[in-house]
Design a protein around this ligand. Sequence first.
Ligand code: SF4
Length: 370
Amino acid sequence: MSIHRDISALLNNPALCSALLRRLEASLKREFSATNPFRFMEVCGTHTVSLFRSGLASLLPPNIMHLSGPGCPVCVTHDREIACAIELALRPDTLIATFGDLMRVPGPDGRSLKWAKAQGARIEIVYSPQDALALARAASDRTVVFLGVGFETTAPTVAATILAAQKANLSNFTVLCLHKRVPPALEVLCSSENRIHGFLLPGHVCAVTGTAPYRFLPEKYRMPSAVAGFEPADILEGLVSLASQHADKAPDVYNQYSRVVSTAGNPRAMDVLYTVFEETDAVWRGLETIPSSGFAIRPEFAEFDSIKRLDIRLPEVKKNVQCRCGEVLKGRMKPTECPLFGKRCTPSNPVGPCMVSTEGSCAAYHAYKL
Ligand code: SF4
């Protein structure tokens, strides 16, 4: 049996999961109850899906509450960013290249890229930024706008694609850079009104950045945190650590996912990332503008920056007061507490982005009937 299969067998071990669940319950029972639960937040769409698909969400002890934070790239994309993408799509000389999830995300007035396509906009779904480069080669009469969304996980690939476009002298390839950084968003969520007792940190993001950028959680906010993998036993071990850190009053950044994540991360990916991008303020759905929470294309690569090349700004938009995704993303509301959940807002007719992506918490609650 390969090492990989050995690990897999261990992680899917029901006896191990039961033991971890018992340990979790015991370590929390003195301080927390069903009416006053330990509130942990995960900030990774893959954790959201894993918790529901494995059934773990329904097996958690009553004195622990799972909150899905701003870990789904599509869900945190702001109305203003969607409005900007639609505006670019409706120009006669552009071709939008995007991942499929973004097509149905409702923007201002419920309009989406899907709506723009129905108006005649040229929009192509791609599976990688490299596909967008191929589109640029094939459509020399149009400026290709690749919609760069996602966190530190996907941003290095997009940065590498810009370097490839530069090398190939592809003058009609641009990126609308909407990439975001996770740590500043977590810092906003550390405020006491969100009543979060610990963060389950995103394994994929940390594989790129390492754990070092999260040291501020224990050091500045005394907030327990744990990087975890995505199998049920990974998540449970991360939760047991959060509970112990809290009980022992010894907050830390526990690295449960050390088979993939290191303290320093992936230096090559980080180097490519910061060669092309620089940190900038960014808007997040529900969290609004957060300083240094996004990436912008450096001036040296301005010819590949849709904002500069196509002279566009993120427009101001009217807030959709019916959509409660912002409250869900801050952990202040469960998806099922939104008055529109399962009624006016369903996966086939989403009112907010959290119902669009499979990694969105509303879509997960809907799919697994919680
Ligand atoms: S149910 Fe729909 S409108 Fe309500 S929070 Fe979820 S996605 Fe947003």
